[in-house]
Design a binder for this molecule. Sequence first.
Ligand code: GDP
Length: 320
Amino acid sequence: MPQLTERLLQGEIAALSQGITLIESTRQSHKELAEKLIEACLPSSGNSFRLGITGVPGVGKSTFIEALGLLAVAKGHKVAVLAVDPSSTQSGGSILGDKTRMAQLSTHPKAYIRPSASGQSLGGVARKTREAIMLCEAAGFDFIIVETVGVGQSETVVHSMVDFFLLLKLSGAGDELQGIKRGIIEMADAIAINKADGDRVQAAQEAKSAFAKALHLYPPKESSWQPKVVTCSALQHTGIEELYSLLSNYREQMEANGFFVEKRKEQNKYWLLQTIDQQLGQQFYDHPKVKKALPKVLEAVSQQELSPFRAANQLLALLH
Ligand code: GDP
């Protein structure tokens, strides 16, 4: 363990991978080691820019991340790409954070790409990603990208672990605002209309205006940041440099007004409470008495023989 920690803190990628595998493990003995590792990395974590990216499959996330990531390494950063995909299972693997999707970035010595932790529970996957961010930072990665396709609530959890949340969109035939999940516009610090190339340039401009108008309808953010809408082509690398500048401006402004630190403090508090909720829930459902009684109680509730509240109290009482 001390050796692994030391190698990780020196930025050795193999050690970082091993460390993340350890935090993803469900074995009890690994959990204790993982906690020690995180503790040891904590003082060296935090020094990064954390960027969340969401967009439907096919919008160009991996192409975009490859373009932005290569630009960031060219500017001197070390780039880590993580993913939150609760639908990925042990066997199925993930379509996010897949190295083959980012061929150039994945072989770059200053980049690290890691697919989503597997598991059915979004809470579990999210916690592991949060911890993975800390390990990456401790290993010297200072530009962290977390991508998600937005299954269920995954945008919300990614939003709660990053400094800046970017929504990738495509231009459509005037229906830009349709089919967009409620709440996602409020979360976005910027919207990038991708594939603004070839015969899609005009449509991308129109989409940009539509989104800019829509954004103005929302009350100003606590940070006083006015969300921006840009167009880009991840394929042709246009608009990527501008987006990078936008991120730099954001960071400068938010550091100047104190919001950067404030937001991270709030996020830490949120993650503390989330972790408690999640672990209490897990302990409850893993308890042998609960496991035994739950099916019967569920049946009784569905047959209306027992009220859900009384049933919950009965089950909770089994823990004492
Ligand atoms: P993801 O599923 O969101 O990760 O999307 P991908 O990055 O895999 O891209 C899906 C498809 O769109 C691929 O065929 C890409 O080559 C293409 N694509 C991505 N970005 C652009 C772009 O800016 N312009 C054009 N024309 N095609 C793009």
